[in-house]
Ligand binder design. Structure first.
Ligand code: HEM
Length: 433
């Protein structure tokens, strides 16, 4: 195996790389890939970073949980998610993932179809009196409602939860972007508000759990997770763990889905022939059921292409757990690996005309090695199937019932560094058909 020697990038001044990364993470990582298309090392927020652009090494890192664990970037989320699936590690993660997997399988998700369907239809009805709406804002609200309803089968008492969680995530984002911020233990106003909000979140969800214990099981994630049993028939999740898993599902599932839908709608507005082809397919399906969702093949291709061009998880990261070598690249224990999935999805050697929106490239199965919107390996997104069902239902009703048009003069810009989303929202003119 030929050794891979990463180029070191320092920048002109101390902290240059950190600033460039914070200001324009995609542009910065594109520049690094131009310097060395395999790997570049740099120092970001006083940490040794290795940016990996090689597709094979990327998949191997994501599939190998012995040598690589989730990086410090997830520690900020863990302040809110505790030991939920996204942030947990080791045997505890493994056991919980194994127990939760059936809930997220196609058979498991079937029970949620009616809930998702009802909520989407109900919410899209509200557009009929509108002449225009902001796309990202609408999709964020809709995705929040769908995920909350799938979690708890109600919205009346859970709507405040969205604001509370948004606030908490805002704090985690701030901590991540502000390495010199005083630790959360310091009694600053911001830290105190964060702690108070965390307590409110705990109380809120623990109350819902207590209430559900007095009721019968429902078709929602709360009941599905509460009904999971140990080998000897005891309730598997403690209340605290159940709370962490529920909050994790909300946070992991809301913003990501809203971004994919918004990016896809933007591309559809810019590509009328693709929009027409998709609408023609939608018109062939009279009444949507769980069973005939599979007929919406082109809708799925559009969503897949949106996730290729704009993967919400645009840059995944890991920490090297012990000194290791993969395909000739040596990695030192403690080093932070940054895996920019965005650049894999835009690599000219892998994709023909990568900057063009071409859903037809997903007509046949693409090489999963190079297409990683949901990650890969054992830690692949558990909500992949759920989100595809949800997004297909939304597109079916949105485009069956409404004629949409993008506001004039809008230019899409991208926002990072956490997940990838549109930097500015855009208006859609909307007419009921
Ligand atoms: C289109 C929408 C979505 C995208 C693009 C997406 C993307 C991802 C990615 C890239 C990962 C892997 C992170 C890593 O390896 O570091 C992940 C993990 C995860 N996602 Fe999603 N996700 C989406 C929707 C959802 C939904 C709807 C849910 C839940 C209802 C969900 C729950 C999770 C959880 C719990 C994990 C952690 C899995 C584990 O580590 O075992 N995601 N997601």
């Amino acid at each position: 195996m030929e050794p891979i020697n990463p180029t070191t990038y320092k920048g002109k001044l101390p902290l240059s790389a950190t600033k460039e990364f914070a200001q324009n993470a995609i542009g910065f990582t594109r520049k690094l890939k131009g310097i060395n298309p395999q790997a570049v090392s740099s120092n970001i927020v006083f940490k040794d970073f290795l940016f990996i652009f090689d597709a094979d090494i990327t998949s191997q890192v994501l599939k190998d949980q012995e040598n690589f664990k989730k990086s410090f970037a997830y520690d900020y989320l863990a302040m809110i998610l505790g030991n939920g699936l996204l942030t947990a590690e080791g045997e505890e993660w493994k056991g919980n993932r194994r127990k939760m997997q059936p809930v997220f399988s196609p058979k498991g998700i079937e029970g949620l179809f009616d809930s998702i369907h009802t909520k989407v239809v109900e919410d899209l009805e509200s557009l009929k009196d509108k002449k225009e709406f902001y796309c990202l804002d609408y999709m964020r609200n809709l995705a929040a409602k769908v995920v909350l309803y799938s979690l708890f089968s109600e919205l009346q008492n859970t709507t405040n939860l969205s604001d509370l969680i948004d606030n908490l995530v805002g704090y985690a984002n701030y901590r991540m972007k502000t390495p010199f911020a005083l630790p959360s233990g310091f009694p600053t106003k911001r830290n105190r508000t964060f702690k108070a909000n965390l307590r409110r979140l705990d109380d809120f969800i623990l109350n819902i759990i207590a209430q559900r214990k007095k009721e019968v099981s429902k078709d929602d994630f709360l009941s599905y997770l509460m009904d999971i049993k140990t080998e000897d028939g005891q309730t598997y999740f403690s209340e605290k763990q159940l709370k962490d898993e529920l909050v994790t599902l909300y946070i992991a599932g809301q913003e990501t889905t809203a971004s994919v839908l918004t990016f896809a709608i933007h591309e559809l507005m810019k590509n009328p022939e693709i929009l027409q082809k998709m609408k023609a397919e939608i018109d062939t399906v009279d009444a949507l059921t769980y069973q005939n969702l599979g007929q919406l093949k082109y809708v799925e291709q559009v969503l897949n292409e949106s996730m290729r061009m704009y993967p919400p998880g645009w840059g995944l990261s890991r920490e090297v757990a012990k000194d290791v070598e993969v395909n000739g690249l040596k990695m030192k224990k403690g080093c932070t690996l940054f895996l920019p999935i965005y650049h894999l999805h835009h690599d000219e050697k892998i994709w023909e005309s990568p900057e063009k929106f071409i859903p037809e490239r997903f007509e046949d199965k693409v090489n999963e090695h190079y297409y990683l919107p949901f990650g890969t390996g054992a830690r692949i997104c558990i909500g992949k199937y759920f989100s595809l069902i949800e997004m297909k239902i939304i597109f079916y009703y949105l485009f069956k019932n409404y004629q949409l048009e993008l506001e004039e003069g809008f230019e899409l810009q991208l926002k990072t560094p956490m997940t990838l989303s549109p930097k500015f929202d855009f208006k859609l003119n909307c007419q009921k058909v």
